[in-house]
Structure formats: C-alpha cells, structure tokens
Design a protein around this ligand. Structure first.
Ligand code: TNX
Length: 487
C-alpha cells in the first residue's frame, strides 16, 4: 500500500493479501445503476489482464468464491461526496463510500494496489495480490481539473477519451475543454454554422483543424460523466476570437472579415464590444452549449483581451455573466474577470495575470493554475523537444512540490476551490505529444489537488518511480525524467 498516487488520507497496512482468482466475483449494494456502473468499470479494468470473468451481481444473490464488495454506506457521511473506505483482508475486499463517486475513486485505488501488469490490455500471468490493510480517503479540493486546448490543434474524440481515462485514474474530476481560440473553433453551433465550417478548418502551423459535432461533444460529456468527470466547456471571449471574426464578417466593428490566423501570438483579437450582434452571437453560442452541457459550469475565457479597453472589458464581462446566468450555468473565467463586478457563484481561474485577489475579495471562488507549476505545456527542461518556455521550465518536482494555500497572496485559503493543470497545444499535435507532456507531471498535480497539505518530494519520487511500469502497461508514452529513479 506504499505507492499510491494521490496519497490517501490514511493508510494502515496489514499482513497478507487478497488474491484475485477465476472464482472472484464483484458484488454491489445497493444494486442501483450508479453503483453497478462503478462495479462494471472495475471489472472492465481487471478482465483483460487477468482473463477472469469477474461477474458483477447484487450482494444479496448468494454465490461461492471470494468477493470484492462495493457498497454504499449512507451512515458514513464523513466520507462526503467523493471519499471512500477500503478494507482488504485475505478472504475479502470491502470498498464503501457515501456516494457513487467515492466508490469510483476507491476503484482507482484498487487498480493501483494490484501489480502494474493489471493495466495491460493483453492477458498476463499474474498472480494478482491486493495487499491487506485499510484506507480511508477524502479529497482536499472539490475541483481537481485538467484543461485541454483543442483549439490551437484539434484532437479527435478518441484522443480526448484517452485523456479522460488517464485523468480519472488519478482522481481528477473536471475536464476543461478550451474549445475556441484565434486559430480554430472546435464545436458546431447550429445557429452560426460557419463557426465550425470555416473556423474549424484552421490550426496552428496551417494544419487541417477539425471540429466536434454536437453529437461528438455530447458523447465526450457522457464518457467523462461515466468516469465522474464534469466537462467544463470554454468559449474564450472577448479576445482569442479570431476564428469567429474570420468566419463572420458582421461580428467585426467594420463589417470586414479577419484573415484566418495560424500563428501563436496572443491578445490581438476582440469581439466588437458595442455591437449588439455580439451579444446575440454570445447568447446563441452559450445557449446551445449550455443545453449540451449537464455540468454546472460554463467558462467564458476573458484572458488576454489586450486590444479591449478596461472599461469596455468590464462592461462586456458583466453582460456575458448575465447571459451565462440566464442559461442556468455558473460562470468560470480566467482571473482577469476579477476586474469586473462579479455575481455570486462566479469562479476565477488564476494563471499569472494577478487579478485573482480582486475576484476573491468579491466572494468568488478561485481555481489555481499557476503558470510556473501546472502549465504542463511548458518544457520539462531545455532539452524537451515539445512545449513552450515563456513561464520557465517545469520539472516533475516543480509541478508537485508546492502548496495551494500559500501560492497566492491575497486569496484566503477558504476561497480556494481547487487546482487545475493546463495543457495548451500550440506545439502539440498528437496523442503521444499530449501524453509526453502530461506524464509524469499530471499525477503530481493530482496529488496537490487531492491529498492533504505537506508535500514530501523524496517520498513522492519513490512512489512515482513505481508508477513507471504501470504507465508503461497503460501504453502511456511518458517522459522518463532524470529526477526519478524509474523502476
Ligand atoms: C497563455 S493562460 C494563454 C494561452 C496560451 C498559453 C501558452 C491564458 C489564460 N492564456 O492563450 O496558449 O499561455 O502557454
């Protein structure tokens, strides 16, 4: 029980092990769809490598053989919405939680307790021991996110599903999709079809681009939800909008289309703040997206509107906030939104621009994405072939060894909603590129978001080393950072 990431709240190892065999079954109590889905998710993870049937059945249906029991425990409300308790003994495994999400996170811990080969897609020899002991675990932060930029380069649905699987394995619960930017518009909006038709065809460097149909997007949302991840869609406004301004001439103050943009400069574009059409456009886009998005959140960007006067920016954000509210969502924005008057429930995402304190002072909750820690598009070091370096290099240690409560002067710890890693894609074009930049740094960020304060780099390094074979078995193309003594 010594190589878990994120580190659980409490771990008490005991002697012996429970060994998975062809006779093992998984039981659920109560046998509701949500609990059964978690059990089937566990079984689906264990079947390929073990070759065992691992049937899932209601606990009250008697059967012979050892049991891995998943149960809701309504009395244990200290576990909250996402915590779990795990008791492994030589003759039984009991995983309990107050809610299905907790069972799902307990399943991720179970996976990590098994030998690394369990992650293999092909049958392996085994054996499959789960070390005995007890774990009680609850997350530190409610928001444990990963942002993926699908605008600078487009990534097909299957790639995003892969990212969702990997994020879920480390107990993340938010996938923020940066759907639009100067270089591309990636979601079909039925009322403004040229956004996807024209705006979807460009990408950084002149690549082919791409867009999600509304059905694609809905499928991603459902795939994420099945892994207890809420999709947070971002339409970046009023800057980072060249793709829209190129697709629709009438969105420009002068009525003339902007040329498509495939470079990587930021901050040059802006919607026309005093054009009423701008707000009809935003209402249509946010309305369609809100209808497709069951989660509570809608991210409106708001960063780097460098060609928009401050007063205009403030007026704009306040109008957009009302539109988001009218469509029943909570507004998330990059921390620049702290300059505007924020409505209750607003969430500001800190990166580097220094406005988070102003947002927090108004009662907003804050997500931490400090650029020097969690901008995982930054190179690991000077030799990293991919990535940018404007925020410096981010080693595995730098991404892990920091404390949210003291990261940001002027923001009280009580205002912190959580932590989100960001993967911008100016230099990334393939699934392998994504994996190389996320791993092995993302597990460290996940631990910062999930585990109690008090980082111990030496202990973490050793745990992460043990994840090398596990990541390899998952087929993750991770960077074998020199900081880690890979097993
Ligand atoms: C800053 S952070 C940006 C993005 C870039 C990123 C590259 C933020 C809110 N804006 O537009 O893609 O840096 O690292």
């Amino acid at each position: 029980m010594h190589a878990l990431i994120p580190q659980p709240h409490s771990v008490e190892p005991a002697a012996g092990a429970f060994v998975l065999t062809a006779e093992t079954s998984i039981t659920v109590s109560p046998a509701t769809p949500a609990v059964t889905a978690v059990a089937e998710h566990l079984a689906a993870h264990l079947r390929p490598a073990t070759g065992f049937a691992l049937p899932v059945r209601p606990a009250e249906v008697a059967a012979a053989g050892p049991v891995l029991a998943l149960a809701l425990d309504p009395a244990d409300d200290a576990l909250g919405a996402e915590g779990y308790a795990l008791a492994v003994a030589p003759d039984s495994v009991r995983l309990s939680a107050h809610a299905p999400a907790g069972l799902f996170y307990g399943v991720q811990t179970l996976r990590q307790l098994l030998p690394p080969d369990i992650e293999s897609a092909a049958p392996q020899a085994g054996p499959w021991p789960l070390p005995a002991g007890r774990i009680r675990d609850v997350p530190r932060f409610a928001w444990r996110g990963l942002m993926l930029d699908v605008a600078r380069h487009f990534f097909p649905v299957a790639d995003v599903q892969r990212v969702i699987d990997l994020a879920a394995a480390y107990k993340l619960n938010r996938l923020h999709l940066h759907l639009t930017d100067d270089q591309g518009w990636r979601i079909d909006i039925a009322s403004w079809p040229e956004l996807a038709h024209a705006g979807g065809q460009t990408a950084v460097g002149g690549g082919p681009g791409g867009t999600y149909t509304q059905a694609d997007y809905a499928a991603l949302v459902a795939y994420a939800a099945a892994r207890h991840i809420t999709v947070v869609p971002e339409i970046d406004l009023p800057g980072h909008t060249n793709a829209a301004l190129a697709a629709y001439p009438e969105l420009n103050a002068d009525g003339r289309p902007r040329p498509p943009y495939t470079g990587i400069e930021v901050g040059f574009s802006s919607l026309a703040i005093d054009n009423e059409l701008t707000y009809r456009f935003i209402d249509d886009v946010i309305g369609e997206l809100a209808a497709l998005t069951p989660g509570d959140y809608l991210h409106i960007g708001g960063d780097e509107a460098l060609t928009t006067a401050k007063e205009d920016y403030i007026r704009f954000i306040e109008r957009v906030a009302a539109i988001v509210r009218a469509h029943g969502k909570r507004m998330v924005g990059w921390e620049e939104i702290g300059q505007a008057r924020l409505e209750p429930g607003a969430i500001a995402q800190h990166w580097a621009s220094g406005h988070a304190a102003a947002a927090a002072a108004q009662g907003a909750q804050v997500i931490l994405s400090p650029v020097s820690r969690v901008y995982l598009d930054m190179k690991y070091n000077a030799a990293t072939p991919l990535g940018l370096a404007w925020a410096g290099h981010i080693s595995v240690r730098a991404a892990y060894d920091w404390e949210p409560a003291t990261q940001l002067a002027g923001v009280a710890a009580a205002r912190l909603l959580g932590v989100e890693a960001a993967l911008w894609s100016e230099t990334l074009t393939t699934r392998a590129d994504i994996e190389f930049m996320l791993f092995p740094r993302l597990p460290g960020v996940a631990e910062v978001a999930w585990s109690a304060a008090g980082r111990d780099w030496e202990a973490y390094r050793a745990r992460l080393a043990a994840h090398g074979p596990r990541l390899a078995a998952m087929g993750v193309d991770f960077y074998r950072a020199e900081e880690i003594d890979w097993a």
